[in-house]
Structure formats: structure tokens, C-alpha cells
Design a protein around this ligand. Structure first.
Ligand code: CP
Ligand code: NVA
Length: 331
């Protein structure tokens, strides 16, 4: 990490696109730090008295609970608001929601459909906005994923991460995360479910080098350190389910696929999982699976994002994290 000037400046956490490697790695270091401290029994109330508004226009288990518990562990409170109740863009404009919430709370987390809603909210809010999943991105998931990879491989660099499935929000964020930490991302997908031209342009110089896609799963999986998948039908795509079930045949993570990978290979899934579709029960529950460590790490990753964006003392925090990283593991 070369974040010696502690230059993390961002107000919001909307996507990893355009983020610099140092900032992303800084968040991962903070997540490790908070996790270590929590496990040692250090209950720091660094967000004492702060309030997070959580707007959910789609269902959630992990995101909702980890933000709520995370906020409480940091000394603050989180408030659940259903999309129906808030009525963004229906009952009132995105901008008005942002301006009103900014008068009451210290941060806003939103899970929605169009990524433009997240961006509109962030542009009009005076408090930090965190993307808890949009149709385009799931950056909190990718942060937790990298934390988990770092824990299991003792590095995030030089690994081959293979995503078997749809070029969706989770795949897109993971691709960016791999690029930012110096690993390789390969998407194995059916022809019609690949990254579109706009994505390929966004990935710019990473496309074809650190980020690529193939249609043959075996070619993709050869030498993989991580096999990752997600549901074939994301929230909001329910009407396409039958067509997708057909299209993704042959793209299931199972024991055969695992044999093609590197012997050290770990299996990851953002959850919720559809056993028997994108992954077999054996693969999900087997010795190579780290999916529940990954799910747990949503909590630590989210705490890091909230702590950095809402804490108001980034330099002091980063100095404490850097000092902690120098200590022997058992100290
Ligand atoms: N992985 C994930 O975001 O889970 P939830 O949809 O349950 O929040
Ligand atoms: N791609 C999935 C992720 C769920 C956490 C969805 O958007 O529904």
C-alpha cells in the first residue's frame, strides 16, 4: 500500500469504477483493522450518536443486517426505510429525498434499480451515500470479497479470479476490484450475457489484460484460484428466469469444474444461492467453499466504509491502521 499521504478524499461509495487502488486497499486495511479489534473485544464507538438511513427498493438479508449491526457496533443507529414508503421518483424526487435525509441523518445507504438513482442521491445529498446494490454495481460486496480473498490467500495480488455466470452487478464490481488490487478477472458466460461494449470501454486498458471474458468455462477455469458465482436471474429480472435457466446450462460450479482449477482454489458466492442452478450443494458446502466467511465479511467491510466516510477523522484512523499493521500478529 502506498497511501502514505492518507489522501482518501471521496465523500461517497457508489462504485469501484474510477476509484484508485490506494483508496480501495485503504478500505480493505481498515476492514481488517476493525475486524481484528472487534475480535479482541475492543468496542470503539467511533460513530457515537450517528444515524444511517437505509433505503431498500429490493429485498436483502446480508446488506440490511450487516449495515444495521455494523452501525450499532460503531455506536450509531441504522434506520430501515422501504422503497415503497419513501417512493423515490414517485412520491418525491431523488433530489428532495437526498436533501431532506441530509437534514436528519449522517449517512445514507441505498439499494435500488437504476444506478442513476444512486448517483442522483449522492449528488444532492450533503452526507455520504453508500451503494448497497444497484443494477450496475455492488461495491460493498466486492470490498468484502477482497477482504475474504486476502484472508484466505494472504495476498490479493497475482491471483486468477474466475466468475462463472452473468455479467451482472456483482461480476462488474468484482472485475474492478481485481483490477485495483493487481489480480486477474475472467468472466465465463454465455454469448448473450457478456459484458457489453460500454463496459469494455469503461474497463479501458484493463480489458483484455487484467479483465477478460470467454464463453468456454473450461478455458476460463484452468489455473483459477477463485471460482465465483451469483444467481443467474438477478432481482428485477424475474420475467427472464426461464430463458436464463436455459442459457446458463453448462455454467454451474460443481465438482468437475473444481477439478479444472488450481488445487488451492476457493469457491465464493455473494449469496443468496440457488443450489442446483448456478452451484451444486456439494460445491457450496464443500471444503473449498469460503462463502460464509465471505458473508461474515460484509459486516467488517461495511463498518470500514461507514467508519471512513462518516468518521470525520480519516488521517487519525489511517495512522492507527498503519501502526496496527506493523504489530506482530499476536500482539
Ligand atoms: N449478497 C447480498 O448483497 O446479499 P443480500 O441481497 O441478502 O443483501
Ligand atoms: N446479482 C444479484 C445479487 C444479489 C446480492 C442481484 O442483483 O439480485
Amino acid at each position: 500500500m502506498s497511501n502514505s499521504d492518507n489522501s482518501y478524499k471521496a465523500k461517497d461509495f457508489l462504485s469501484l469504477r474510477g476509484m484508485c487502488s490506494d483508496d480501495f486497499e485503504q478500505l480493505i486495511h481498515v476492514a481488517h483493522y476493525l475486524k481484528r479489534r472487534w475480535r479482541k473485544g475492543v468496542h470503539e464507538h467511533s460513530l457515537d450518536g450517528q444515524q444511517l438511513a437505509m433505503v431498500f427498493e429490493k429485498p436483502s438479508l446480508r446488506t440490511r443486517v450487516s449495515f444495521e449491526v455494523g452501525m450499532s457496533q460503531l455506536g450509531g443507529r441504522a434506520m430501515y426505510l422501504s422503497g415503497e414508503e419513501v417512493g423515490i421518483g414517485k412520491r418525491e424526487t431523488v433530489e428532495d429525498v437526498a436533501r431532506v435525509l441530509s437534514r436528519y441523518v449522517d449517512g445514507i445507504m441505498i439499494r435500488t434499480f437504476a444506478h442513476e438513482v444512486v448517483e442522483g442521491l449522492a449528488a444532492a445529498a450533503s452526507v455520504p451515500v453508500i451503494n448497497g446494490l444497484s443494477d450496475a454495481y455492488h461495491p460493498c460486496q466486492a470490498l468484502a470479497d477482497m477482504l475474504t480473498i486476502d484472508e484466505h490467500f494472504s495476498t490479493m495480488r497475482g491471483l486468477k479470479v474466475v466468475f462463472i455466470g452473468d455479467a451482472n452487478n456483482v461480476a462488474r464490481s468484482l472485475a474492478w476490484a481485481c483490477h485495483l488490487v493487481g489480480s486477474t478477472f475472467v468472466l465465463a458466460c454465455p454469448q448473450d450475457y457478456a459484458f457489453a461494449a460500454a463496459d469494455r470501454e469503461d474497463f479501458a486498458e484493463a480489458w483484455g489484460s487484467s479483465i477478460s471474458q470467454v464463453h468456454d468455462p473450461r478455458t476460463a477455469v484452468e489455473g483459477a484460484h477463485v471460482l465465483y458465482t451469483d444467481v443467474w436471474t438477478s432481482m428485477g429480472q424475474e420475467e427472464e428466469r426461464d430463458r436464463r435457466l436455459q442459457a446458463f446450462q453448462g455454467y454451474q460450479i460443481n465438482a468437475t469444474m473444481l477439478e479444472w482449477a488450481d488445487p488451492s482454489c476457493k469457491i465464493m458466492h455473494c449469496l443468496p444461492a440457488h443450489r442446483g442452478e448456478e452451484i451444486t450443494a456439494d460445491a457450496l458446502e464443500g471444503a473449498s467453499s469460503i462463502v460464509f466467511d465471505q458473508a461474515e465479511n460484509r459486516l467488517h467491510a461495511q463498518k470500514a466504509v461507514m467508519r471512513v466516510l462518516m468518521g470525520g477523522d480519516r488521517e487519525r484512523l489511517f495512522a492507527a491502521v498503519a501502526a496496527d499493521m506493523q504489530r506482530p500478529v499476536n500482539a
